[in-house]
Design a protein around this ligand. Structure first.
Ligand SMILES: CC(C)(COP(=O)(O)OP(=O)(O)OC[C@H]1O[C@@H](n2cnc3c(N)ncnc32)[C@H](O)[C@@H]1OP(=O)(O)O)[C@@H](O)C(=O)NCCC(=O)NCCS
Length: 156
C-alpha cells in the first residue's frame, strides 16, 4: 500500500479520534476528546492511505520543555503487523528530537515493540508528572501489565 506519514490537520480530528478511541475500551489507548485533539493537532503524526484517509496515528503530549509522552499510537486493525506501528514510533521520535526534548516516554502493553524501537523499560515513578496528571484516570496508571518505556534524546 502507498501509505505516508505526515502532519495532521484540523479536518482530520474526527478520524483521529475514531482510530484512537476504538482501542480505549480495551485500555490500549487513553480515550481522547475533540478538545484535546484540537489543542494538540500540531503534536500528531498521521499515516494516510492513498486517498488521504487516516490509517494510523501517534502524538506527543508535553510535560515540560524537556519531557514528552508518546501517546495515541494506533493503526487500523486490518493493517496490524505491516510495520506501520514501528514507522509511527520513529516519526514521533523524530518530532520529539526536532522539538528539543531530552526524554520521550510511553506507557504501553507493547513491550517488544517499544524495546525493538530503542526504548528502555523504566519504572513509572521515573515520571511522577505522569502519575499526577492521570491521578483522576486510574485506568491509565493502575493497569498491572502496562509498562513504562523511555528514550533519551539529544535535547537542546
Ligand atoms: C500497537 C500497534 C500500534 C502496532 O502497530 P503495527 O502496525 O501492528 O506494528 P508493526 O507492524 O510495526 O509491528 C511491530 C512489532 O510489533 C509486533 N506486532 C505487531 N502487530 C502484531 C500482531 N498483530 N501480532 C503479533 N505481534 C505483532 C511484531 O512483533 C512487530 O515486530 P517485528 O517487526 O519484529 O515483526 C497496533 O497493534 C495497534 O494499533 N494496537 C492497538 C492500540 C495499541 O495497543 N496502541 C499502543 C498504545 S502505546
Amino acid at each position: 500500500m502507498n501509505a505516508r506519514i505526515g502532519p495532521a490537520h484540523e479536518t482530520d480530528i474526527p478520524q483521529l479520534l475514531s482510530l484512537n478511541n476504538r482501542y480505549s475500551a480495551a485500555g490500549l489507548t487513553l480515550a481522547r476528546t475533540p478538545d484535546f485533539a484540537a489543542n494538540h493537532v500540531q503534536d500528531y503524526r498521521v499515516l494516510r492511505d492513498a486517498q488521504g484517509g487516516i490509517i494510523g496515528c501517534v502524538a506527543l503530549d508535553e510535560y515540560s520543555p524537556s519531557v514528552a509522552e508518546l501517546i495515541s499510537l494506533a493503526v487500523d486493525e486490518d493493517l496490524h503487523g505491516s510495520g506501520y506501528g514501528r514507522q509511527l514510533i520513529a516519526a514521533a521520535v523524530e518530532l520529539a528530537t526536532s522539538r528539543g526534548y531530552s526524554d520521550l516516554f510511553a506507557v504501553s502493553y507493547s513491550d517488544e515493540l517499544f524495546l525493538s524501537c530503542g526504548f528502555a523499560r523504566v519504572p513509572l515513578g521515573t515520571y511522577p508528572e505522569k502519575i499526577s496528571r492521570y491521578a483522576k484516570n486510574q485506568s491509565e496508571i493502575e493497569v498491572g501489565e502496562k509498562h513504562c518505556f523511555a528514550m533519551r534524546l539529544a535535547g537542546r
